[in-house]
Design a protein around this ligand. Structure first.
Ligand code: FAD
Length: 367
């Protein structure tokens, strides 16, 4: 007999949602996390009353009413709408690309004028079969938007010249011919009132949790505690990197507390020129319409991944995809381990997607 029905490795959204669903079915779970806190990448730290997104800015959005209702059981959401600003060499533009942006670029005022301007710029370049990301983007939006708002930002994100990046990275570049600065098209959007930790705490309420516990420090012991293991860590690490390491893009965050009330007037400002080393500055209080006397800002620097750094974005190129396939062929044969979440599945998931995936996995696997 086992002490628990499930050992859940990782207290991020996948692990926490799975644990919640298991508890609902009367199962006993132990959740462990190697970090000193729960929540995985949605974890926030309270600094002077401001929820600081420690692992990158998180904005919740979904079109799925079921998922929206699910999260709203635990926490209410505010009316935050993501409308980033782009700063290119001191010039400001609204994002995503919309009529405001086109006015700022060319002083065009009607959708017809904007469409004509973009069509003219695309035509001028005469690119028929784009060979790389630069040509792909140019053939969709023309020179001005590409040079001012896409090129530098993308090159910083990937650490490579846009002409050395494959065109598939940019499949679509949505252009909006209305004066609408809402970044997302989803029906539901917001930030949890009281912070993301409240969502995590709601999910994990009444469930045994141990933080600062690494599964790999004694995997035999941890595995012996429960009949089934739900593993949400890196899949290559689970198999001791036997086929090699999966690669990622990482980020470095530089947080600063400023003794002023309002630094940039918006939660997200992207720096789209290559020469500024960071891609964006986040001012956390604006996610919550904060009125505190001080503010916290975070500069985001894209970086190479190496063991010991945080693996943020999977790189879905051929080599990594092939490597992941090898690991996942082992994973599907495991009878006592369920793999889930962004690290075990080596794929980028938004929060609503990882919640949907955990709900599905729980429904299919908890008997
Ligand atoms: P994680 O949150 O990474 O949780 C995995 C947990 O497992 C971690 O806590 C880790 O410590 C633990 N763990 C790993 N290995 C072990 C081990 N050996 N032993 C014990 N514990 C272990 N989504 C949105 O919807 N909107 C956004 O605006 C948004 N912004 C993002 C910005 C950035 C920079 C990033 C990287 C992601 C963003 N996301 C956003 C995506 C969101 O972060 C993920 O969907 C979600 O956090 C994934 O949850 P998870 O449980 O799969 O993984």
């Amino acid at each position: 007999t086992y002490k628990y029905d499930y050992l859940i490795v990782g207290s991020g959204l996948f692990g926490a949602v799975y644990a919640y669903m298991a508890k609902q079915k009367g199962k006993k779970c132990l959740v462990i996390d190697r970090r000193s806190h729960t929540g995985g990448n949605i974890y926030c730290e309270n600094v002077n009353g401001i929820n600081v997104h420690k692992y990158g800015a998180h904005i919740f959005h979904t079109n799925d009413k079921g998922i929206w209702d699910f999260v709203n059981q635990f926490v209410e959401f505010n009316r935050y709408t993501n409308s980033p600003i782009a700063n290119f060499k001191g010039e400001l533009f609204n994002l995503p690309f919309n009529m405001n942006t086109f006015y700022q670029l060319w002083k065009v005022k009607t959708p017809e004028e904007a469409r004509a301007k973009i069509a003219e710029q695309v035509k001028e370049l005469g690119l028929s079969e784009p060979q790389n990301l630069e040509e792909q983007a140019l053939s969709m939006v023309g020179g001005d938007i590409y040079q001012k708002l896409i090129k530098g930002y993308t090159e910083k994100q990937w650490g490579r010249a846009a002409t050395d990046l494959p065109s598939f990275i940019i499949k679509r570049l949505p252009l909006r011919f209305t004066y609408d600065n809402n970044y997302f098209n989803d029906k539901y959007q917001g930030i949890p009132i009281g912070g993301y930790n409240k969502l995590t705490e709601g999910l994990l309420e009444g469930i045994e949790v141990k933080t600062a516990c690494d599964f790999f420090e004694d995997r035999a012991y941890w595995s012996s505690l429960a009949e089934m293991t739900v593993y949400t860590g890196k899949i290559d690490e689970f198999y001791d990197y036997r086929f090699g390491e999966l690669n990622y893009r990482s980020l470095d965050f530089e947080h600063a507390i400023l003794e002023i009330e309002n630094y940039q007037g918006n939660a997200v400002v992207n720096y789209t020129e290559r020469e500024v080393p960071y891609t964006r500055i986040i001012e956390h209080k604006h996610f919550e319409f904060g009125t505190q006397p001080t503010t916290v800002i975070t500069k985001e620097y894209p970086s190479e991944y190496a063991l010991g750094k945080e693996p943020y974005y999977p790189i879905n190129d051929e080599g990594n995809t092939e490597l992941f396939r090898k690991y996942s062929a082992l994973a599907v044969k495991e009878e006592k381990v369920i793999f889930g979440g962004r690290l075990a599945e080596y794929r980028y998931y938004d929060m609503h997607q990882v919640i949907g995936s955990a709900l599905k996995s729980a429904r299919e696997t908890i008997v």
